[in-house]
Design a protein around this ligand. Sequence first.
Ligand SMILES: *[C@@H]1O[C@H](CO)[C@@H](O)[C@H](O)[C@H]1NC(C)=O
Length: 252
Amino acid sequence: DKHFNTRPCLQDPAQPNVCSVVKEGFWSSYRLNVTEENPLGSNFRLLDVLMQAMVKPDPPESLLVEPVPFYPRRLQVSWDYPVTWPRESPLQLKFRLQYRTVLHGSWTVVETENLSVLITDALSGTEHVVQVSAKDYFDAGNWSDWSVEGRATPWKSPTAEASDETTAAELESSNEGPSQVPHTEPFDRSDPLEKVAILASMGTFAFIVLTVALIITILIWVRVRRKGKEQMKNHNFISGVHMKALPKAQIL
Ligand SMILES: *[C@@H]1O[C@H](CO)[C@@H](O)[C@H](O)[C@H]1NC(C)=O
């Protein structure tokens, strides 16, 4: 009883085995009637198609891989939506990124909803290959093909590359090189958790100091008040004596 809106699928005469369904809804399902005709007769086949199940975005574009100054194990990676997936579309994309050194074959894969990733476990002094791919945010359809490769080498300490021609002064300064690297390295790796831990312990320390200071202040204040009250009492007592003494003096 349902009424279906049936339309012909337009064929390009140059490509007889292709027809394009244009400007159709993403969350719709379609039944395609593919009919073969020849002088002897015709035969048809029906295909049910879920648009969201077959969607496959184009790979992300404008991939940029950059070293991060002073961090020999970091690479900053950023990219953009493919131009064929309108940015203002309510259907967002999510991404996955894969990276490895130029020399070794195994990829590390990271998934993200952002348009950038900070790699923090790159191999120092080695060139890395990075690629990204995209998929519908709610997991409909398929992952896109991998994007074009991006390549970069993490930042290198200039003092770490001492050449044969280095002067005594440069050698001296290059001695700081190796000690500088382990200096930045633990910072580099530990950062977010360690910083939080340091902040937390500093906060706890400050809290304890403030609490002790507050308690001391309260104790001093209570003492001062008590003393003040005692003085007041003494004062009242004395004036009471005066008052009582006065009539006696009159009597006398
Ligand atoms: C498919 O299309 C052919 C040719 O137009 C038609 O004869 C056939 O009835 C169609 N089949 C269905 C199930 O609509």
